[in-house]
Ligand binder design. Structure first.
Ligand SMILES: NC(=O)c1ccc[n+]([C@@H]2O[C@H](COP(=O)([O-])OP(=O)(O)OC[C@H]3O[C@@H](n4cnc5c(N)ncnc54)[C@H](OP(=O)(O)O)[C@@H]3O)[C@@H](O)[C@H]2O)c1
Length: 300
């Protein structure tokens, strides 16, 4: 496999590059503003510039494009819906068309935020969509544009992506914030009124490779089996670092004044990917154990 990974300096992108390199594949990384730290060809690529993407595909004889690039600032998308639609809605479809014309594989990442989150049931791949904010609407438009352009594309919907960066091994985002705050002896207020199925970036990348090797196409939910609140997620992190669980406090989404609404329960049903690959998806506890080394700076 000779792969072009766009968004290679993002959390997921860096982990996808590291995973592919680790499995012996040739990788070209496309980054937006700052380059990641990999010993592999790296090029500045804005995914809205499809000619640039096509040139890289042809120059490197790429056979698989993995699009990890997206405008992921949920509140930023609310105030810049045109940019959200350009990057998340239109560009993925144009890249899918470039791939379809060349008969090469295209992998695209989407989100649980395509759902309204007002159901108690887990969402299956063919569940009714209904985004409640511009980010989800733009990502749903992206799914549709990819499907229209390339019926063989692989679309993986994720939920609350977390992990350690692929190039530096550095823990980022929610787990880093929770662990560092607890390690400093400060309170961590966490929502008890939101639920999702966290996707560990490393497992997502491995699952993507397995799906490509299995020749899978279409839409799959790739997330953990555990449907949890941020509060429950924080409790697990606290246990992992042997922190003081009295510091884990509860809060509500309504405590924050944010531009964009969030779905209340966007837990994904993962049985389709489990059946396709003949193995279970991990639980949150399994995933956190895999990441244990990245928490070493915060252990009590
Ligand atoms: N994070 C989550 O909780 C979550 C949940 C569900 C699904 N997802 C999906 O998972 C995928 C990866 O997300 P992530 O968590 O890795 O996000 P991330 O860390 O924010 O990475 C996104 C990357 O895309 C790049 N980018 C933004 N605009 C671009 C453009 N026009 N052209 C090229 N690159 C551009 C960003 O670069 P700059 O920073 O330099 O702009 C960044 O490196 C996305 O499709 C996202 O929608 C994420």
């Amino acid at each position: 496999m000779r792969t072009l990974v766009t968004g290679a300096n993002g959390l997921l992108g860096s982990v996808v590059v590291e995973t592919l390199l680790g499995q012996g594949f040739d990788v070209v990384g496309g980054y937006h503003t700052d380059p990641p730290q990999f010993d592999t060809p790296l090029h500045e690529v804005d995914i809205t510039d499809s000619e640039r993407v096509a040139t890289l595909i042809d120059d490197y004889e790429i056979d698989t494009v993995v699009n990890c690039a997206a405008f992921t600032d949920v509140d930023g998308c609310e105030t810049s819906p045109e940019l959200a639609n350009k990057v998340n809605g239109v560009a993925p479809g144009v890249i899918a068309e470039v791939c379809a014309e060349r008969d090469i594989d295209f992998v695209h990442y989407s989100t649980d935020y395509v759902f309204a989150g007002d159901s108690d049931e887990r969402y299956t791949e063919d569940g009714e969509t209904g985004p409640v904010q511009e980010y989800g609407a733009s990502k749903l438009a992206g799914e549709d544009s990819v499907r229209d352009a390339d019926s063989d594309a692989l679309i993986l919907r994720l939920s609350f992506v977390y992990g350690a960066r692929g190039d530096t091994g550095e823990l980022t985002g929610f787990p880093q914030w929770v662990a560092s705050t607890l390690a400093a002896g400060d309170d961590v207020p966490l929502f008890t009124d939101q639920q999702f199925t966290p996707s560990r970036a490393g497992h997502v990348a491995e699952t993507m490779v397995s799906l490509l090797e299995a020749g899978a196409t279409g839409t799959f939910h790739v997330a953990s089996r555990s449907c949890v609140t941020p509060y429950e997620f924080g409790e697990e992190i606290c246990a992992l670092i042997d922190g003081d669980d009295r510091l884990v406090g509860s809060s509500s989404m309504s405590d924050l004044n944010r531009e964009a609404a969030r779905p209340q329960n966007s837990c994904l049903d993962v049985s389709k990917v489990e059946e396709e690959l003949g193995r279970p998806q991990p639980t949150l506890t399994d995933d956190l154990e895999e990441l244990e080394g990245a928490f070493s700076d915060y252990m009590s």
